[in-house]
Write a protein that binds this ligand. Structure first.
Ligand code: ATP
Ligand code: MG
Length: 164
């Protein structure tokens, strides 16, 4: 159980993220919980080079997880920005061979729960059932790569609203 009797397991460090990935996906991926050793891209968009992942995860921890988790924002814009920034930064590192999207969505859920919100309903950005929503979500990740977090904040604002 990730969430037990209202207590949420900590997601405060790179190690916590590896533990979640391992705990959740070890049954299907033998490399669960371990950083990828190959470079990867999707649709021509490159994620972090594999030899930088460890350093970048440490930076994710110090620059973003330390600031935004545990997440206690009650203001919708602040909460959406916190979830969006952490989500985009983890996706851009793409630390694992598989399961980065799932892990980043679970992390956003855990942060939402920390902020006393329900876990999020991602149907409106689902790749198979909502292609336009997915396209906007991917554009928001690309904008985050260029240092603009507004689009991912707006996506998470919409997701939070659709989840309450
Ligand atoms: N073209 C793209 N550019 C940037 N990021 C992308 C692109 N396509 C997908 N992504 C990101 O990569 C994630 C998928 O990565 P990965 O396959 O490791 O995760 P997953 O959990 O296996 O899959 P999914 O998120 O589809 O359930 C997506 O959720 C999205 O955040
Ligand atoms: Mg995948």
């Amino acid at each position: 159980m990730i969430v037990e009797s209202g207590d949420v397991i900590p997601v405060n460090s790179a190690e916590d993220i590896c533990d979640i990935h391992d705990f959740w996906l070890a049954d299907i991926y033998p490399s669960a919980g371990k950083y990828r050793r190959v470079d990867m891209s999707k649709e021509g968009f490159p994620f972090a080079q594999s030899n930088f992942i460890e350093k970048l995860m440490t930076k994710l921890e110090s620059d973003f997880l330390a600031k935004y988790t545990p997440c206690h924002y009650s203001d919708l814009d602040q909460l959406a920005l916190a979830l969006g920034i952490v989500h985009v930064e983890l996706i851009l590192i793409h630390p694992f061979r598989e399961g980065n999207g799932r892990t980043a969505r679970l992390l956003a859920d855990l942060m939402a729960i920390q902020a006393k919100m329900p876990p999020l309903n991602y149907i409106s950005i689902d790749q198979t059932t909502n292609q336009e929503g997915f396209k906007q979500y991917i554009l928001a990740i690309h904008a985050g790569f260029s240092g603009n977090y507004e689009p991912i904040k707006d996506i998470f604002k919409m997701l939070i609203k659709q989840s309450v």
